[in-house]
Ligand binder design. Structure first.
Ligand SMILES: Nc1ncnc2c1ncn2[C@@H]1O[C@H](COP(=O)(O)OP(=O)(O)O)[C@@H](O)[C@H]1O
Ligand SMILES: [Mg+2]
Length: 259
């Protein structure tokens, strides 16, 4: 089991944001968290990666309580791409990717040959070889997202957490990012936990889906279990028709009415 959350509760001040969160994320799976705006998806991603302290409950990373693991060790196991990212404008792709090696450096040590090889590998893996000297600020949305994924890969994590990796991207770049995520999952056995807005994309790319609603897990299961008209109605307030995508072997839906 890559990640296990037991009875998580997260408060911001007095406000309860997440409660009764129990979840299992099996190794090597792609798991997606969906839910309406403000349902607590980003908060959950932060809690799972210890970017945020939980009020109650525990998160286990490969069976070990995350509170008993050093920050450096956590960063060697999991990489996170937050929803909002801040970097200085004049950094190059290669520099950005090199940050991924920092959790592996000994104190006071510089990048060695092995680190540099891993940085090159991550740049190749994400198709950024021709862009490695470009400033990140000059990249297209899709390229920039790939550069962040490359940084995460340079961390050599077992688990990748992505908070809305496709938001603000044109549909072609959305697919490009998700295809890359799927390829990394397959070729590196990378466990992926991501938040997606597009429910049809969640259905297409996930082994399992967790539905968050008002800070609680409403339901979880494989795409066939989740893409159901009652659930879409109850949680997302839409009437929809459900079909099967034979090519990608997954369900999809077309909404026709807001309730
Ligand atoms: N730093 C914060 N302080 C107080 N409330 C917050 C903070 N961050 C998020 N919230 C609140 O927590 C709830 C869940 O937010 P979030 O996890 O970002 O939801 P989602 O990612 O599903 O849109 C929202 O009501 C939001 O206003
Ligand atoms: Mg969010």
């Amino acid at each position: 089991m890559a990640i296990e959350a037991v009875n998580l509760k997260v408060n911001y001040g007095n406000k309860e944001i997440l409660r009764n969160i129990n979840l299992h994320i099996p190794d090597k799976e792609i798991v997606t968290i969906i839910g309406p705006n403000g349902s607590g998806k980003s908060t959950l991603i932060k809690a799972l990666s210890r970017c945020l302290k939980v009020t109650e409950g525990t998160v286990n990373l490969y069976g070990k309580n995350i509170n008993n693991i050093s920050t450096k060790k956590i960063a060697q196991k999991m990489a996170i791409l937050p929803q909002v990212k801040n970097i200085s404008a004049d950094i190059t792709v290669e520099n950005l990717v090199s940050y991924g090696r920092y959790p592996h450096l000994r104190i006071g040590k510089r990048l060695n040959m092995e680190d540099k090889d891993i940085i090159s590998w991550a740049i190749e893996k994400t198709g950024l070889v021709d862009l490695r000297d470009r400033h990140v600020a000059t990249l297209s949305g899709g390229e920039r997202q790939r550069a962040w994924i490359a940084m995460a890969l340079a961390q050599k994590p077992k688990i990748l957490l992505l908070d809305e990796p496709t938001t603000y991207l044109d549909v072609s770049y959305q697919l490009e990012v998700l295809e890359l995520v799927k390829e990394l999952n397959k070729s590196l056995n990378l466990t992926v936990v991501m938040v997606l807005h597009d429910l049809n994309q969640a259905a297409r790319y996930s082994d399992n889906i967790f539905v968050l609603n008002e800070g609680e897990i409403f339901e979880w299961g494989n795409p066939e279990n989740i893409i159901r008209s009652t659930l879409l109605k109850d949680i997302f307030r839409i009437e929809s028709h459900i079909y099967r995508d034979e090519i990608n072997d997954c369900p999809y839906f077309i909404p026709y009415k807001v309730i």
